[in-house]
Design a protein around this ligand. Structure first.
Ligand code: ATP
Ligand code: MG
Length: 328
């Protein structure tokens, strides 16, 4: 088992879903490295492929979806896209802690949280179940909950925000060193959200984790992530150190996203909504740049040639206009 923060190398990953119009990519040719010990945030509008990409880290894409190309190498585990059955079950939980999107709905309604915790421990061969319960209470306590009470509760006795924190506890309690949180704070009010993000950061640092946080809320990544990855239409359009990307966004889509957020712009009157709508699987262009329909910098080449991800210093950007400007 990898006892230290594992690195993750996603290479050329394409994930497709079967639709009436055939198999269409929700994630297309994505190459991304999660450096050991870092928190990476993935942002993008609804449908951009964030959850599909995250599920691939667990080889958990369900039919009608499948990984059509590429690999996901996790230190200490290998390429998980080839994993199945028991091998996969063991990797989840012990090596990879995971909070699914809408985790507040994923608890078993018939069992108390404590019973589900013990089931989880037993299924992963945890011998010290008392220690596991102690750890769970401690994590819940840190997140502002009465641990003993929560463990005695059924799902219907907990609020959406409480369930979400239970989901985070279950992802952390087995001490996995790779943690994936998909929309971990959507059901929380702003103050609880800030508190939870602080705890995610603390636990990340204390345990030496590699953490991936997925959110449509760029304010969330601004608070927790060391590195920021921006997705659009199944493609990675920009990535780099969070502060740099937020401070001087390069890709026209990143610029638009940031301009749309009053919290980041600092003034509600200055915030401008990004015109148009994000594409669906059926409408995302099959060739050329996926963002061109909404882009102010569109050129002829954008209609026919998919821009490749190009490194500009510490930033990686996939945009013809940016590449042309850099080389002008
Ligand atoms: N089971 C499925 N069958 C068909 N299409 C799917 C399926 N699951 C997801 N998709 C499509 O794949 C694309 C990516 O979906 P995904 O859930 O990964 O997006 P997301 O970025 O996580 O969105 P959100 O912010 O709403 O959670 C979307 O166009 C979605 O409609
Ligand atoms: Mg999602």
């Amino acid at each position: 088992m990898a006892e230290q923060a594992p690195g993750v190398r996603i290479d050329g990953l394409t994930v497709v879903y079967k639709t009436p119009a055939g198999e269409l990519p929700a994630v297309r040719d994505v190459t991304l490295t999660l450096e050991p010990g870092t928190i990476t945030g993935i942002v993008g509008e609804s449908g951009s492929g964030k959850s599909t990409l995250a599920l691939s880290l667990l080889n958990a894409v369900q039919p009608p979806g499948r990984i059509a190309a590429g690999s996901v190498e996790i230190d200490g585990l290998g390429d998980v896209t080839g994993f199945a059955g028991e091998e996969l079950r063991k990797a989840r939980g012990r090596h990879i802690g995971y909070v699914f999107q809408a985790a507040q709905n994923s608890l078993n309604p018939l069992k108390t949280v404590g019973k589900q915790l013990l089931d989880l421990g037993r299924s992963h061969g945890v011998e010290d179940l008392r220690g596991l319960v102690r750890e769970a209470k401690e994590l819940l306590g840190r997140m502002g909950l009465d641990g003993a009470r929560v463990l005695d509760s059924h799902q219907h006795e907990l609020s959406g925000g409480m369930r979400q924190r239970v989901g985070i506890m279950l992802a952390l309690v087995l001490n996995a060193h790779l943690v994936v949180l998909d929309e971990p704070t959507t059901a929380l009010d702003m103050i609880t959200q800030a508190n939870i993000l602080k705890i995610v950061r603390e636990v990340h640092a204390e345990r030496g984790l590699t953490t991936l946080v997925i959110t449509h809320d760029i304010g969330v990544v601004a608070e927790v992530a060391d590195r920021l990855v921006v997705m659009y239409g199944g493609r990675l359009v920009e990535q780099g150190p969070t502060r740099e990307v937020l401070g001087s966004p390069t890709h026209p889509y990143t610029k638009g996203l940031i301009r749309a957020i009053p919290r980041l712009v600092g003034d509600i009157a200055e915030a401008q909504a990004l015109p148009g709508r994000p594409p669906t699987l059926a409408t995302v262009p099959k060739e050329g740049c996926v963002f061109r329909e909404r882009c102010a910098l569109r050129m002829d080449v954008c209609d026919t040639v998919d821009p490749q991800a190009v490194a500009h210093g510490s930033r990686v950007v996939a945009c013809h206009a940016v590449t042309v400007k850099e080389h002008a």
